[in-house]
Design a protein around this ligand. Sequence first.
Ligand code: NDP
Length: 332
Amino acid sequence: MPGDFRALVLEQNDGNVTAAIKNLPDEALPPGDVTVRVAYSDLNYKDGMILKGLGRLVRTYPHVPGIDFAGVVEESSSSVFKPGDEVVLTGWRVGEIHWGGYAERARVKSEWLVPLPPNMTMRQAMALGTAGLTAMLAVMALENHGLKPDNRGDVLVTGASGGVGSVATAVLARLGFRVAAVTGRAESHEYLKALGATAIVDRAELDTPPKGPLAAERWSGAIDSVGGTTLANILASLCYWSSCAAVGNAGGVALNTTVIPFLLRGINLLGIDSATCPTERRLLAWQRLAKDLPLAALDAMTDVVPLSQLPEKADEILKGQIRGRTVVDLSA
Ligand code: NDP
């Protein structure tokens, strides 16, 4: 029906969150100065939590999730975007406190949007999405703190077969770094080597607490999706004056470490937040992704699914079973 759009709608009853595909009228869309016809969205760890009602990320139901989308502007009262422009949205708590991309139509504030980077398709933009942006922001943070290809040690990437880890591995390899990819999955070894990893580290090596505050200097930098004991181990093993970009907590939020690695090795722990990252840095990161990631390699890490498969995919991402990136095709 004209004016209606298809959306994955979450409802909450007696504390249980359920998902169903529904047709909604345009009038149901939240306020915003730009309305977008969504072409693709994607699945991130946070989407998995939201789809299953975990972490109290969503406070108001009914809710349309989807923290990222790419699409074409349909209506705009903004001076920056006009109908027909191809745009990308990641973060800004869209899909959490504002309806998101698991719908054929989305209405948002223009300042949350960026133009689709040149030489990138909307599908590729969602194959990257929040995970890709986060991986690039982490690489940029390490570079800003002095990371350059040298012989001191490999750059460690944890949760390597996940979304952030896959993109981080491919970008670092393309930039000339030796990358040690940490994974708990034997079946991911060939996949990670194809993305450019030069060494594979078993997840179990990093998941028992470090024996002391310092271990042998091993990594010239690190991008960590796991947190907890894994992060404590990384901090103890970074080379003198190097940095770890912490992006996630797939393995827990507690951090049991000491001040010693910071005092005696001068290391940096860099927190990465892609959701509210300033627009200037966001635009730069998207340009770098278009330049520094072999976009063809994205296909090897991308699975495309329809809206109807998301509840099942949410279970898989929360169990750490998804490899690479999951793109949602709104036309399927
Ligand atoms: P994925 O689920 O795609 O990847 C996470 C990977 O971590 C898994 O594939 C698995 O890799 C590994 N893993 C999962 N569970 C555990 C565990 N218990 N112990 C050790 N390793 C584990 O998630 P994303 O890549 O999308 O996100 C990774 C993390 O980063 C999440 O915590 C997410 O919330 C966070 N994040 C943060 C952002 C920010 O702005 N700071 C933005 C985006 C994500 P393997 O099987 O290879 O070991």
